[in-house]
Design a protein around this ligand. Structure first.
Ligand SMILES: Nc1ncnc2c1ncn2[C@@H]1O[C@H](COP(=O)(O)OP(=O)(O)OP(=O)(O)O)[C@@H](O)[C@H]1O
Ligand SMILES: [Zn+2]
Ligand SMILES: [Zn+2]
Length: 802
């Protein structure tokens, strides 16, 4: 027998097993591991991934595979194995990790469909609908306005409504290409043989003797002013071939990219790159932590290391945080490697993303630059993996599977025996600690490539501004510097640190804050729609005219959105031309690029934005960086808040004075004495590391311990607390006595979407069995999960404690 082992698309907690399916004869030669298939599952048809083939099964009456969805396996053998490892690491399902590795369009999408029961007696209108068919799409039923009761009575909708996979929504485009079918000398001979009046044919052949490469038929027709018939004549004679080829959408305007060549490295760069080059040459795995101040030329090191990899015929994966995946960053890679680069990030349409992914799958490129999930790029001969800004928390996925791209990169680096580079001006504490221990190799760049010092940082105490009667959000110093800067025709970057900040509505009379009725969180004011919205459950209501508590009409908006800053800024300095970059202004496709171009062309004086402007940008004319609210993150319930503040301030300071002109940074804060702000102003990473490590040690946080966070949620508060309590107890029964189990504690957002949320935190140093233990414990609540809508999520090494 020919049997395929299939991981099916069923999201049940306890199902991580494979299912056996018969391979019909017609698929015997084509079916390969890693292909997506459609299989029957109970009454439904669902998608699955083939993970193996066997000749015997423990089950009889196996069902057959219905269809194959891929010509080339969507997942390589390596990725199939990686998915299993990742599922074990993150306590998720194989199916979840497999789906996470693929572009959206390849994930299963189901459509409802009705199946005719063999012995069902159908109502007349249904009979018509089913005429000659075994199943019909559910929409057709709706279109015909057939009464639901009919459907139910006749064919028992509840039992037989199935989910059917829409093969895929990819709209592939094809083009016809033409190329010579014979060597040049044979074409010349053929020209001799042509009839005298076949001038066009002669011209085409001559063209191909000079340009033997394939060309799109449309281009050929246009260039040579010829007709399809003429080409066809040559094809019929066997002189040319004409084939169809998949065309890829190209989201980047390659003509815009300026070609660059390798720069002569500085001495520090040389020292940093040479051990990496050695590992590449010797096909050896190692992890390098490249700690280089902003503007020290880390990217140039990546580019030259990749050059080596390409020359060896191998492939490179480069991860950059989503928000720094700016056109500028992309251009740097395209500028060096041209069309040998695929780019994967969320701003692309799903079709574009698929095309870029296909280039990787078909090995048409050797370099992929992308956000987190690009770490799963289906290359098979990887020579280097690079993670830029490795400290960025966006490398951790906050949804199942809750993985960190760094861990996956290192896992793949070991498999492929290639180096992994983690680059940052402010490495994550975890990474730096590993480098200190010798687990990672540390390479340091202390100098900027322009040989200038780091820009000078001034801290402004906003409490003093208030005392001096300045009630605006701009300190006098910042205002003066901006004005001077503009007068000198230089440019300014202004950061509004918005995380933990939002614009909420408060009654000035009684202090009442409008909260979401379903979540424990203040509603956020959206100016454009004049609505209040909840960011957790998307609940919406219009802004009240009167306070619901005291009926006063003194409703006021608090918090500082970029829009308000922009208004205040143009009031304060009317001559300033401002470009605002935030989620609102960059939502539309290409908007990001347009705004940055505007700024680069010096059509604006000030670039005002949120976190998204802090990284990766490199503008010659920027000499002043202002941070409006340095401390807004410090008060979040997050043990990493100091680290994040330090990182952000360092990153944004690095935007100034990167070229000839010297830079200056002004940091406004209400807590000028906080070590994360003070030490960022002197660029003292080493001191910050020591101070922060002490804090982490005292309070027992990573990297001194590992964390596991279990969150239980239920509509009934008592049930949520009790379940958490049970979990805590079960954990305590089995962990060793050095391990700490905390809880039940209410989650920082205790109620979300009408569900109460409680958590249990495990702090441990050595618990080799912890994952198994947690899996078993969670399984004990399977019944409640299935029948009582209980939800338990597990996050190993959490970054968000919400
Ligand atoms: N060896 C070199 N010689 C001359 N210029 C260089 C050299 N290496 C890099 N540069 C230039 O120095 C500038 C800063 O380099 P790069 O952007 O690579 O630094 P980085 O460390 O990646 O910075 P950041 O972390 O701030 O993004 C760039 O304009 C780059 O072209
Ligand atoms: Zn809500
Ligand atoms: Zn009130």
């Amino acid at each position: 027998m020919n049997i395929a082992k299939v991981i099916v698309d069923v999201q049940a907690r306890s199902i991580n097993q494979t299912f056996d399916y018969l391979i019909p004869d017609r698929f015997l030669d084509v079916l390969q591991n890693g292909m997506r298939v459609i299989v029957p599952f109970g009454p439904r048809k669902i998608m699955g991934y083939v993970v193996g083939r066997v000749s015997e099964s423990a089950y009889d009456e196996l069902k057959e595979i219905i269809d194959i969805l891929d010509l080339t396996p969507a997942l390589t053998e390596e990725l199939l194995e990686l998915g299993k490892w990742l599922a074990d690491e993150t306590l998720s399902l194989y199916i979840t990790t497999y789906q996470a590795m693929l572009p959206q369009v390849l994930k299963s999408q189901y459509k409802k469909e009705l199946v005719r029961l063999t012995d069902a007696k159908l109502a007349d209108d249904l009979e018509v609908l089913f005429a000659g068919r075994d199943y019909v799409p559910y929409e057709e039923l709706n279109n015909r306005q057939i009464r639901y009761s009919h459907v139910q009575k006749a064919i028992q909708v509840g039992d037989i409504m199935i989910n059917y996979l829409v093969k895929s929504k990819i709209t592939k485009k094809y083009t016809t290409i033409v190329k010579p079918n014979k060597d040049a000398y044979l074409l010349e001979e053929a020209i001799q043989d042509l009839a005298k009046n076949a001038a066009k044919q002669r011209e085409i052949l001559t063209f191909f003797i000079e340009n033997p490469e394939a060309i799109e038929q449309t281009k050929l027709l246009k260039n040579l002013q010829t007709t399809q018939q003429t080409i066809k004549k040559l094809v019929d004679k066997g002189l040319l071939v004409s084939t169809r080829m998949e065309v890829f959408r190209n989201p980047y305007d390659d003509d815009q990219v300026v070609k660059t060549t390798a720069l002569k490295l500085t001495e520090q760069q040389e020292q940093a790159i040479s051990p990496i080059k050695r590992k590449i040459a010797e096909n050896q795995h190692d992890v390098f932590l490249l700690h280089g101040v902003t503007g020290s030329g880390k990217t140039e090191i990546y580019l030259q290391a990749i050059q080596d990899v390409i020359e060896k015929g191998q492939e490179a994966i480069v991860l950059v945080p989503e928000i720094s995946l700016t056109p500028q960053m992309v251009h740097r890679f395209k500028g060096r490697f041209g069309s040998n680069v695929a780019v994967l990030h969320s701003a692309l349409s799903s079709g574009e993303k698929y095309d870029e992914w296909r280039k990787v799958q078909r090995k048409e490129v050797q370099v992929v630059v992308g956000a987190r999930s690009a770490v799963f790029a289906p290359f098979e001969n990887i020579g280097i993996i690079i993670i830029d800004e490795e400290h960025e928390t966006s490398y951790k996925q906050e949804d199942q599977p809750r993985y960190h791209a760094r861990d996956v990169a290192i896992y793949r680096g070991e498999k492929h025996q290639c180096p992994v580079i983690l680059g940052s001006a402010t490495p994550a504490l975890e990474s730096y600690a590993r480098a200190q221990k010798g687990v990672y190799q540390l390479a340091t760049l202390t100098k900027r490539t322009n040989n200038k010092g780091m820009p000078d940082v001034q801290i402004v105490d906003m409490r003093k501004e208030l005392h001096a009667g300045n009630r605006t959000m701009f300190s006098r110093r910042l205002k003066k510097q901006i004005e001077q800067c503009i007068a000198k025709k230089e440019q300014v970057v202004l950061l509004l640190n918005r995380r933990g900040y939002s614009t909420f509505v408060m009654c000035r009379e009684c202090g009442h804050v409008k909260e979401c009725p379903h979540c424990d969180i203040a509603l956020t004011y959206h100016k454009n729609s004049n609505q209040l919205k909840c960011h957790y459950c998307s609940y919406e209501e219009s802004v009240p005219l009167h306070c619901p508590e005291c009926n006063s009409d003194l409703i006021r908006y608090f918090g500082t959105g970029t829009q308000r800053v922009e208004e205040a800024l143009t009031q304060l300095i009317p001559e300033a031309r401002v470009v605002r970059m935030d989620v609102d202004t960059t939502r539309r496709k290409g908007a990001h690029e347009k705004l940055l171009k505007q700024f680069a062309n010096q059509e604006a004086d000030i670039l005002l934005g949120t976190q998204m402007i802090a990284k990766g940008l490199d503008f010659e004319n920027v000499t002043l960086v202002g941070v409006l609210t340095a401390d807004s993150m410090l008060h979040l319930p997050d043990f990493r808040s100091s680290e994040k503040t330090f990182q952000l301030l360092t990153q944004v300071s690095g935007r100034a004075g990167r070229h000839e002109l010297p830079g200056e940074v002004i940091v406004q804060t209400y807590t000028p004495d906080h070590y994360s702000i003070e030490l960022a102003s002197t660029y003292d990473y080493a001191q910050f590391y020591r101070t922060e490590m002490n804090t982490r040690k005292t309070f027992q946080y990573p990297p001194y311990v590992f964390l596991a966070l279990l969150t239980v949620s239920h509509r009934n508060q008592v049930k949520a607390v009790q379940t958490t309590q049970k979990i805590v107890q079960l954990l305590l029964n089995h962990v060793n006595d050095k391990t700490v189990v905390l809880g039940p504690t209410p989650s920082p957002v205790t109620r979300m979407k009408d569900r109460y949320r409680y958590q249990c935190m495990v702090k441990y140093k050595q618990e080799p069995q912890l994952r198994n233990l947690i899996r078993k414990i969670v399984q004990q609540f399977d019944d409640d999960v299935r029948k009582d809508d209980l939800l338990i999520t597990v996050d190993m090494q959490p970054y968000q404690l919400m």
